[in-house]
Design a binder for this molecule. Structure first.
Ligand SMILES: Nc1ncnc2c1ncn2[C@@H]1O[C@H](COP(=O)(O)OP(=O)(O)OP(=O)(O)O)[C@@H](O)[C@H]1O
Ligand SMILES: C[C@H](N)[C@H](N)CCCCCC(=O)O
Ligand SMILES: [Mg+2]
Length: 228
């Protein structure tokens, strides 16, 4: 039975890709055939091979099964803005069936699939739909990456409530130290642990060179995800 997860975050730039790659690593160490999926990416570069997004390339590298770029990222936009804006500008609509077809293809190859969203939970994909609508359609359990910094408690609790209101499971959360731990770090962690309605899968320290491969999987435990 394939395990599938949707990785959301308290905001854009909070470490969904960094923490997601770490989780893929932990899952690989646990013996899973892993695949990362970034169905919609905004903020990409044109290369001789075609349009490429950094998150998708990182997820491709972190997947244990060999995947073509287009299998990891079927829809890429150049502009680093909300997908619904650039999609309308380029007249390239985000089609839910395409996103689901990409996921079905990965399910044939992997038994652990992590889907990374774009930005936070309610990022729009069109004039009327959000990324969350597609996650509901796919019934994916959600893992929340909390970028530990002032404001993250509110963003984490709002996201957890929105996930639960949508009828989905918040399966776990990851504390990611996007900033060097501040004076009130312990209080922040304790507050999140006591108020978030899901288990903490681990805490990723502030990494001096987060771009490099860091073996950050060692900071995470999959044990709390077992029942899902
Ligand atoms: N634990 C960490 N320590 C230091 N830097 C980090 C850490 N986690 C993430 N970063 C840095 O923060 C930035 C944002 O991280 P990342 O790209 O993983 O965020 P994201 O939530 O996936 O962003 P997006 O919304 O664009 O997908 C990157 O430059 C990354 O290297
Ligand atoms: C460009 C950025 N890094 C992400 N790819 C997309 C962020 C979408 C944010 C939508 C919003 O404003 O909430
Ligand atoms: Mg990312």
């Amino acid at each position: 039975m394939t395990k599938r997860w949707f990785i959301t975050g308290t905001d854009t730039d909070v470490g969904k890709t960094t923490a997601g790659c770490a989780l893929l690593q932990a899952a690989r160490w646990a013996g899973y055939r892993t695949a990362g999926y970034k169905p919609v990416a905004s903020g990409s570069e044109m290369t001789p091979q075609g349009i490429r997004n950094r998150d998708a390339l990182a997820l491709q590298r972190s997947s244990s099964v060999a995947l073509r770029y287009e299998q990891v990222n079927p829809l890429a936009f150049l502009e680093p803005t909300s997908p619904h804006i650039v999609s309308a500008l380029e007249r390239r609509p985000v089609n839910f069936d395409t996103l689901s077809a990409g996921l079905r293809a990965l399910e044939e190859r992997a038994d652990w699939i992590q889907v990374e969203g774009a930005g936070g939970w309610f990022t729009p994909l069109s004039a009327s739909a959000t990324f969350a609508d597609w996650v509901v359609r796919e019934r994916l359990p959600v893992i929340l990456v909390v970028g530990i910094k002032p404001g993250c408690i509110n963003h984490a609790l709002l996201t957890a409530q929105a996930v639960q209101t949508s009828g989905l499971t918040l399966a776990g959360w990851i504390a990611n130290n996007v900033q060097p731990p501040g004076r009130y770090h312990t209080g922040y962690l304790a507050t999140l642990v006591s108020r978030l309605p899901a288990p903490l899968l681990g805490e990723i320290p502030h990494l001096p060179d987060a771009g490099a491969e860091q073996n950050a999987g060692r900071w995470l435990s999959l044990a709390a995800l077992n029942g899902h």
